[in-house]
Design a protein around this ligand. Structure first.
Ligand SMILES: *Cc1c(COP(=O)(O)O)cnc(C)c1O
Length: 395
């Protein structure tokens, strides 16, 4: 058996690509995996090599065999021209934005964007002289009316963070392309397995690999893939910053990559089961899960996505803060904490009113976001059932 090449893998399914991409056993003495290369300096054997930088690697900020393995695998999986790695998902978002904006520009950002992305726009980009307008995630092609002569980026995130509105990405991207505007997509929820970002029109796609790629709540990493038009500029911006991911986190991401399809499909199955169970409860007013007709933009999910992952929200009927605390504080299996996509189930309450600026958010009562893990689903339901009982008792 010899190493397979990206060309060999072109016709293969994603599941097979996940197993083979980014591995060159012949370069690792036959060992299956690319190890953690630690380093700064790369030695050149001759003056000619040094002067011409005639080596695959020349300095570790620009790449190591470990980072190159993950970049190339992600590029294949995303259908991109190239990928760069960043030390966190948020760092990847800032890198994509800084690739596409200059002082004096205007950008359009979905009002359902991951909140730290909004903070970056409202602080650093504002300081750089870049103005941000937030738009309704349901806007679709009507975004045309918000485009100005100096609009350089449309930032989409689908489904929306916490509130799960699914966007009409192909319509927005087609419009952006016609006007020479860069479409940047935060694709963390679906991953390229459930939403092929560049085939749907994104120029650059960001993944917080901290979530499903890592999958074990033990690392931070971000990835930005780009189409042929944008990759040279993305790579040049990355090189200018040298904002590098840590070698251990890159290695763990490569390990996570091998089982990404398996874990994501199981997350999908578990989340659909739990969301159905929650939808049938009298305490639940609405389930915000893209695969449910009750989710805003569900028809776009049905048209454009290849699956749904393990993160969704619910809206509860009104209850006191004490009743909500009684429910959440007593949970034995659901942890309360930020991030998601790990093997363990999580729940957090959220309130979009604290930061939205373009759209109203008026739920009848509290809102909860679930990240469904790999526990037995009946155990998870029993944990929540006991929680609803505590809520009733406290009320
Ligand atoms: C978590 C998250 C990020 C940021 O990832 P970090 O690695 O935590 O910085 C970006 N976008 C979305 C949608 C996320 O959920």
């Amino acid at each position: 058996m010899t190493d397979t090449t990206p060309q060999d893998r072109l016709h293969l399914k994603n599941r097979t690509k996940l197993v083979h991409a980014g591995r060159r056993p012949s370069e690792q003495h036959g060992f299956v995996n690319t190890p953690v290369y630690r380093g700064s300096t790369v030695l050149f054997p001759t003056l000619e090599d040094l002067s011409g930088r005639k080596a695959r690697f020349s300095y570790a900020t620009q790449g190591t065999p470990t980072t190159a393995a993950l970049e190339s695998a992600w590029t294949e999986l995303s259908g991109a021209a190239g990928t760069v790695l960043a030390p966190s998902g948020l760092a990847a978002i800032t890198l994509a934005l800084l690739t596409a904006v200059k002082s004096g520009d205007h950008i359009l950002v979905t009002d359902a964007v991951y909140r730290p992305s909004r903070i970056f726009c409202d602080t650093v980009l504002t300081r750089m002289g870049v103005e941000t307008s937030y738009y309704d995630p349901a806007i679709g092609a009507s975004i045309d009316s918000m485009i100005r002569p100096n609009t350089s980026v449309i930032f989409v995130e689908t489904p929306g963070s916490q509130s799960f509105e699914v966007q009409d990405v192909p319509a927005i991207a087609a419009l952006a392309r016609a006007k020479g505007i860069c479409t940047i997509l935060d694709n963390t929820w679906a991953t390229p397995l459930f939403f092929p970002p560049h085939a749907r029109g994104a120029d650059m796609a960001v993944e917080a690999g901290t979530k499903y790629l890592g999958g074990h709540s033990d690392l931070l990493i971000g990835l930005v893939s780009a189409n042929p038009e944008w990759f040279p500029r993305l790579r040049a911006t990355f090189d200018a910053f040298a904002m590098c991911a840590g070698p251990e986190d890159v290695f763990l991401s490569l390990r996570g990559l091998r089982t990404l399809d398996l874990r994501l499909r199981e997350a999908q199955r578990q989340a659909l089961d739990l969301a159905r169970w929650l939808a049938a409860r009298k305490e639940v007013v609405q389930v915000l899960h893209p695969a449910f007709p009750s989710c805003p933009g569900h028809s776009f999910w049905k048209r454009d996505f290849l699956g749904s992952s393990g993160l969704f929200s619910i809206l509860l009927s009104p209850c006191s803060a004490a009743a909500l605390a009684a429910m959440l504080d007593g949970l034995k299996l659901f942890g309360m904490g930020y991030s998601w996509g790990g093997f363990e189930s999580l729940v957090i309450p959220f309130d979009c009113r604290t930061y939205r600026s373009a759209t109203a958010w008026n739920p009848p009562g509290p809102a909860l976001r679930f990240s469904v893990g790999l526990e037995d689903i009946e155990d998870l339901k029993a944990d929540l059932d006991a929680g609803f009982e505590r809520m009733r008792t406290a009320a």
